[in-house]
Design a protein around this ligand. Structure first.
Ligand SMILES: Cc1cc2nc3c(=O)[nH]c(=O)nc-3n(C[C@H](O)[C@H](O)[C@H](O)COP(=O)(O)OP(=O)(O)OC[C@H]3O[C@@H](n4cnc5c(N)ncnc54)[C@H](O)[C@@H]3O)c2cc1C
Length: 258
């Protein structure tokens, strides 16, 4: 069982603090691991290059749910007569929606920052890169560096939005990151990607009065085929050559399960 106070060890010519656990990435994966480690009595350093909370809190689940809630209010007002409540909606001021969302996010970030302190997790703001001997170099925004060493190191660097070749992000072409920073509703939106996130945005914009549209079938179909090929290549890498038969078997099993 380790202590909360790290030891200092020599790494080459520089001294590095030695922790029982070093976590790179302060998203839900990283901060949960850091907090569990600290609760178990380990000395823990948590390294985050941007804002604690990661994608989920800052650019994902939480802001998207805040937008969805606004959409639900708009939908209720629009259909209030069905409930015998007569009301009229006078448009949506999306800058207020944006400000409300940011307030929720900021409050949760503050809460998590407080937890790092109360759990005595050392929070280091900077980009972590793993070197030899489980040494992690943390580079701050101003270029200054410091080194920490972990008896154990967890990489919880998460993911970034996937872009599509030929669609450079900028102006009207946005990933979920940019959509969640909008402070004005677009009149029309084409959502590419019908997964959970795409459907969530399409539903939000539909309720708020933007007109979400599906792109023409062919580019979508082509992209789906590309993604399918990519998925098959990935399965080949994971399951080994001849994964086609295994894939068919899984498919049949899933279909049988309904
Ligand atoms: C729009 C949207 C809506 C979503 N809605 C839901 C939902 O409703 N429910 C759900 O379960 N999931 C949802 N997700 C997915 C969810 O956000 C992710 O599954 C979750 O955030 C993954 O957590 P993570 O800790 O693995 O990675 P992340 O949350 O991506 O965190 C990784 C962190 O590591 C940091 N980092 C990366 N590299 C370094 C480095 N070298 N040094 C220091 N720090 C680094 C990043 O800045 C980031 O803060 C949604 C995602 C999006 C985009």
């Amino acid at each position: 069982m380790g202590s909360h106070n790290p030891l200092a060890v020599r790494v080459g010519y520089v001294m590095a603090d030695l922790y029982d656990l070093v976590v790179i990435g302060g998203g839900p994966g990283g901060y949960a691991a850091a907090f569990y480690g600290a609760s178990a009595g380990l000395s823990v350093a948590l390294i985050e290059k941007d804002t604690i909370g990661g994608t989920c809190l800052n650019r994902g689940c939480i802001p998207a749910k805040a937008f969805l809630e606004t959409a639900a209010v708009a939908r209720h007002v629009a259909h209030s007569a069905d409930f015998g409540v007569n009301s009229t909606a006078n448009g949506v001021d999306f800058s207020v929606t944006q400000a409300r969302k940011q307030k929720i996010v900021d409050g949760l970030v503050k809460g998590l920052t407080g937890l790092t302190k109360s759990k005595k997790v050392t929070y280091l703001l900077g980009t972590g890169s793993l070197g030899a001997g489980k040494t992690v170099t943390v580079t701050a925004a101003d270029g200054s560096t410091q080194q920490v060493q972990g008896k154990n190191v967890i990489l919880a660097a998460g993911s970034v939005p996937r872009t599509i070749p030929g669609f450079e992000v900028g102006g009207p072409i946005m990933t979920s990151d940019e959509v969640l920073m909008l402070d004005k509703l677009p009149q029309r939106v084409a959502v590419i990607g019908g997964g959970a996130i795409g459907c969530e945005f399409a539903s939000t914009f539909a309720d708020l009065g933007s007109q979400p549209s599906r792109p023409r079938h062919r580019p979508c179909q082509r992209r789906r085929e590309e993604l399918q090929e990519e998925e098959h290549r990935h399965q080949d890498r994971c399951l080994g050559e001849g994964s086609h038969a295994k894939r068919q078997w899984w498919h049949r099993r899933l279909v049988r399960r309904g």
